[in-house]
Design a protein around this ligand. Structure first.
Ligand SMILES: *Cc1c(COP(=O)(O)O)cnc(C)c1O
Length: 352
């Protein structure tokens, strides 16, 4: 006698995977064939030991190239291919480059990545090399690399190279699916969503996702968006504190978390509006708090993240301590990238 089960192949097969499962909520014509590797659909993991409370980690390290950038890149590269360009170009602290390189390879497009010399974690650099991207290094930080891409691609009008930085709206369209998955999996809207913030695209995108669900009547409340920056790279926190809408740039951003080492975030105004509208807050965490977060996720929960990702755990702890969010409220921490991205930081700070 076979055991009884409610499993049905039919039901299982009806469920498409990841980002493209929400295709009806993406502004893309049905006849466009996606360039996809089944990105998204990442684990939402209940954490118990690293923090008390009702807390989940959305582990974006589970994406094909190991960061949430894949959600945006599948949409961005799909559009690039549809436009018939020769290739794509990005400035990056590393993960955007790794993702662009992989998706461009899959689409049969050239890929040029512009990186801050010496400022990219080793795993990410290796991925760009692996997928055959052309690497251009500039002296300075990410902001200088972005300037370079902007001047080349937009001002000098290199139309054969499609720019895929996070001012590209298609990437944000893909990244908003993080919000859809959270609601889909939890069947409720968390009180707070905590996001590490660099160029501020992701926090803007996730808010856009929640707002759309709300506007379509699919949810009836919205979460507080908590944006977390590293102390040495916190232009949005500085701006937030002034209460005005004039960005306070950070000339030489410094933090161990290279993915959020950004002084002039492109999406600063969108992010500022998102956090304000949500009733949330921008806060800073120190590099030590970030490393503490990396360690606790790894040793108490088994979740390996790169430093920038642990800013969300560090930020959650701080926000609770400061009374900014309810200690018992449902919270989701976005763990943006995988530990293997940055092996050097791990071996340096967690040596035996
Ligand atoms: C890109 C990235 C961030 C920052 O996201 P923004 O959209 O630039 O704010 C944070 N963590 C990791 C691992 C990233 O790759």
């Amino acid at each position: 006698m076979p055991a009884k089960t409610s499993f049905s192949w039919d039901k299982a097969r009806r469920r498409r995977f990841g980002v493209w499962r929400y295709r009806e909520l993406l502004p893309i014509n049905d006849d466009i064939e996606p360039v996809t590797m089944c990105e998204g659909g990442t684990p939402l993991i209940r954490v118990n030991r690293a923090v008390n409370g009702n807390v989940y980690v959305k582990f974006e390290g589970g994406n094909p190239t190991g960061s949430f950038k894949d959600r945006g890149m599948t949409v961005g590269v799909t559009i690039a291919k549809h436009l018939g360009v020769e290739g794509v170009v990005v400035a990056s602290t590393g993960n955007t480059a790794a993702s662009a390189a992989a998706y461009a390879a899959r689409a049969g497009l050239k890929c040029v990545v512009v990186l801050p010399r010496g400022g990219v974690a080793r795993g990410k650099l290796a991925q760009s090399l692996l997928h055959g991207a052309k690497i251009v290094e500039v002296d300075g930080v990410f902001d200088d690399a972005l300037e370079e891409v902007f001047t080349e691609a937009v001002i000098n009008g290199k139309r054969d190279l499609y720019p895929l930085n996070s001012y590209n709206p298609w990437r944000l369209e893909g990244q908003k699916t993080i919000a859809f998955e959270i609601v889909d999996e939890l069947s409720e809207v968390p009180e707070a969503v905590v996001v590490p913030v660099g160029n501020a695209g992701n926090i803007s995108a996730i808010w856009k996702g929640f707002k759309e669900l709300y506007n379509y009547g699919l949810i009836n409340k919205l979460p507080k968006m908590i944006g977390v920056q590293a102390e040495g790279a916190a232009p949005l926190v500085a701006t937030w504190k002034t209460g005005s809408n004039a960005l306070i740039e950070v000339e030489k951003p410094q933090t161990i978390a290279s993915a959020i080492r950004i002084g002039k975030p492109v999406n600063w105004l969108k992010a500022l509006n998102a956090v304000k509208e949500s009733g949330g807050v921008f806060i800073t965490v120190s590099d030590n708090e970030i490393l503490e977060g990396v360690k606790d996720l790894a040793r108490y929960e088994g979740i390996g993240v790169e430093p920038a990702s642990a800013a969300s755990l560090a930020g959650y702890r701080k926000a609770v301590e400061m009374g900014l969010i309810d200690r018992n409220g449902l919270a989701v921490l976005i763990a943006t990238g995988h530990a293997l991205k940055d092996p050097d930081t791990i071996t340096k700070y967690f040596s035996y």
